[in-house]
Ligand binder design. Structure first.
Ligand SMILES: Nc1ncnc2c1ncn2[C@@H]1O[C@H](COP(=O)(O)OP(=O)(O)OP(=O)(O)O)[C@@H](O)[C@H]1O
Ligand SMILES: [Mg+2]
Length: 154
């Protein structure tokens, strides 16, 4: 993909983070897995909202309190790829992840997993990992690092 990987992307505002997500979403296909990592409030859900926009799916991307996974059907006239947005924060482990049947979803959807690093790697042989962190300056700046992972996590 044409996205810049393995380098720090500085995201001064929430809009910048959402825009990065939109650029990622525009490149995704069914079967693609994106893992979003970073601490509470790092901007994972903001990025997921942008991915939904770039992919062209319906429904509000939220930070659900009790919903672990939410499916967003493709918007009419779009690329026909659904988005499954998973928040693995409250998942007890791999067995609960398996219960979501994401491998079936991946036939027609891209899957984005918040808190997925160290858990959701078995979903796909190759994953896009986006690590988000706060910038050093203590304001709203975030920093993102994108990398493609293959095989078992390193
Ligand atoms: N540059 C920025 N990028 C993203 N979010 C930002 C930025 N600056 C400020 N924010 C704020 O940080 C918060 C990010 O929240 P978000 O829900 O996306 O985090 P999260 O990583 O999903 O957290 P959680 O682990 O609780 O799910 C939002 O309130 C957003 O407005
Ligand atoms: Mg979130």
């Amino acid at each position: 993909m044409s996205l810049m990987t393995d380098t720090d992307l500085v995201l001064p505002t929430e809009a910048d983070t959402e825009e990065l997500g939109a650029r990622i979403g525009a490149t995704l296909d069914a079967g693609d897995v994106v893992l979003l990592s970073g601490p509470l409030g790092a901007g994972k859900t903001v990025l997921a909202r942008g991915i939904a926009r770039g992919l062209g799916v319906t429904g509000q991307v939220a930070s659900p309190t009790f919903v672990i996974a939410r499916e967003h059907p493709p918007a009419p006239g779009g690329r026909g790829i659904a988005l499954v947005h998973v928040d693995a924060y409250r998942l007890g482990g791999r067995a609960e992840l398996d219960d979501l049947d994401l491998d079936t979803e991946l036939e027609s959807a891209a899957v984005v997993v918040e808190w997925g690093e160290g858990l959701a790697e078995p979903l796909a042989a190759r994953r896009l990992l986006v690590r988000l962190r706060r910038g050093d300056d203590g304001d709203e700046t975030r920093v993102a690092e994108l990398s493609w992972q293959e095989g078992a996590p390193t």
